[in-house]
Design a protein around this ligand. Structure first.
Ligand code: NDP
Length: 479
């Protein structure tokens, strides 16, 4: 399969005339070719988006909404094909892509196509003097750059609010997982999305991503990815005064108090540790357990983890699929080595897996639990982004808060307790953009989503995202 860029409503070859290989991580075989685009393709996409903006930005919002809702129906109708493509590209189990990734991509468009109908603005009356009202206007061409872990889910999480609020978009999916973005282009054509409203340019971060960040006619950028890349985009974009939303890495704490609902905490901790091979920015990778239940919880968690099956993403029995790419697989294994050098004890997992059959050459790692590490060590401070968690006991609330808040990240945290006062107290004291109490990854798309410290700048979700993609203009009328 040869992928193509989607520019000005049509498929287009990259200007370089070059493609590079796309590999299935479950078998390590090449199965598609990705356009090796560069700044010339981004220029063409920006020109198309600018032209389209002239009509899309002034189109009645109901009409825009109707077009985006046609896309929702098409995503729903193509659930199986999209889920299989996502699994092939990323290595995640097909069942997971069917249950989570693709329904959420549809929900993203549905949510913003309808939310835009309700976006309102403010008026401020100055008694007997004047009245102010605020217009919220689309900004222009938005740049959307997304990562490989939840490919279509996160790609659409940016594109949907940008389009619904009247902007046109130049978007780049991760070069590691581009196929569902390519399939989305086909659906956009079928849905009758006007030419140039959405443009998708495939290629590498240093070529295409950097060209979007540096483009003088892209005034607003929404980025999800690693903290280092986010810093680079800020460095390039800040002197041009671009509006930036940055959703970056995490090293999330999962805090388990003695008075938790043990079975519920246990079963959810399995999911928050190892879902999507631990490659979710919201996974809880540092598990803190109150000392009085440390051994009991540890033993139960290890026993349950040993029952998890890892292997062929097409097999419904497997909870974990393949790791997304060879460099990422090697990075995760190197952190497991590092943990041992730092004095950690591996309680289960810790090794690569070579399943029998068609996935014998695939990139699989056992779900891994490690204990006996100081909270300050690199394994406990740096993002691993794989099926690897550490266990650390604690004695007091004060102590666990100190450890939980000790990293440079602050994306999400999970707290397990039946003490209501403690739940509120701990939630308020955590340095984190999102706190789940007695649950994990329960998402209401209306809520603000994002991190503090090195986990990002700005909030996505709800009206926050529609506001981000619009500029406020106050108009004051003298009475
Ligand atoms: P990267 O930062 O490597 O890549 C993210 C995107 O940026 C990709 O499309 C990438 O392209 C592109 N890119 C790379 N270099 C540049 C550049 N110089 N300028 C512009 N764009 C560039 O992250 P990963 O894809 O490895 O994703 C994993 C990271 O994402 C983790 O740190 C994870 O925590 C974070 N993440 C955060 C989330 C959040 O909501 N806070 C959600 C999900 C993930 P290419 O792939 O082609 O290199």
């Amino acid at each position: 399969m040869k992928l193509l860029n989607y520019i000005n409503g049509r498929f287009a070859e990259p200007q370089s005339g070059k493609w590079f290989d796309n590999t299935d991580p479950a078998t390590q075989t090449v199965y598609s070719q990705i356009p090796d685009s560069d700044s010339r393709d981004v220029d063409a996409a920006v020109a198309a988006a600018e032209e389209a903006f002239k009509t899309w930005s002034v189109m009645p919002v109901k009409k825009r909404s109707d077009i985006l809702l046609r896309l929702v129906s098409l995503i729903d109708a193509n659930l199986d094909q999209l889920a299989e493509a996502e699994s092939l590209d990323n290595g995640k189990p097909v069942w997971l892509a069917k249950q989570v990734d693709i329904p959420r991509a549809s929900a993203n468009f549905h949510f913003y196509a309808t939310a835009a109908l309700h976006l309102n603005s403010e008026t401020h009356a100055m008694e007997n003097t004047a009245i102010n009202y605020t217009l919220r206007q689309p900004i222009g061409v938005a740049g959307c750059i997304s990562p490989w872990n939840l490919p279509l889910y996160l790609f659409t999480w940016k594109i949907a609010p940008a389009l619904a609020s009247g902007n046109c978009v130049v978007a780049k999916p991760s070069e590691i997982t581009p196929v569902t973005a390519h399939l989305l282009s086909e659906l956009c054509i079928k849905a009758g999305l006007p030419a140039g409203v959405l443009n998708i340019v495939h290629g590498t971060g240093p070529n295409v991503g950097a060209a979007i960040a540096a483009h003088p006619r892209i005034p607003v950028i929404s980025f999800t990815g690693g903290t280092k890349t986010g810093a680079e985009i800020s460095r390039v974009a800040a002197p041009m005064f671009k509006k930036l939303s940055l959703e970056l890495g995490g090293k999330n704490p999962n805090i388990i108090f003695e008075d938790c609902d043990f079975e519920h905490a246990l079963s959810t901790t399995i999911k928050s540790s190892f879902s999507n091979q631990g490659e979710i920015c919201l996974c809880g990778s540092r598990i803190f357990i109150e000392r009085s239940i440390y051994d009991k919880f540890k033993e139960a968690l290890v026993a349950k983890t040993k029952q998890l099956k890892t292997g062929d993403p097409k097999d419904k029995e497997n909870f974990l699929g393949a790791i997304v790419s060879k460099p990422h697989y090697e990075k995760i294994l190197s952190y497991i080595d590092l943990a041992q050098q730092e004095g950690g004890t591996i309680l289960c997992g810790g090794k690569a897996i070579h399943p029998q059959g068609r996935c014998a050459n695939g990139l699989f790692i056992e779900p891994t639990i490690i204990e006996n590490l100081p909270y300050t060590c690199r394994t406990n401070q740096e993002e691993i982004f794989g099926p690897v968690v550490t266990l650390t006991p604690f004695d007091t609330e004060e102590e666990v808060l100190k450890m939980a808040n000790s990293t440079s990240y602050g994306l999400a945290a999970t707290v397990w307790t039946t003490n209501l006062s403690r739940a509120h107290r701990v939630a308020a004291a955590l340095h984190s953009g999102i706190v789940w109490i007695n649950c994990w990854l329960l998402r209401d798309l209306r809520t603000p989503f994002g991190g503090v410290k090195h986990s990002g700048v700005g909030r996505e979700g709800g009206f926050e995202a529609l506001k981000f993609f619009t500029e406020e203009k106050n108009i004051c009328i003298k009475l």
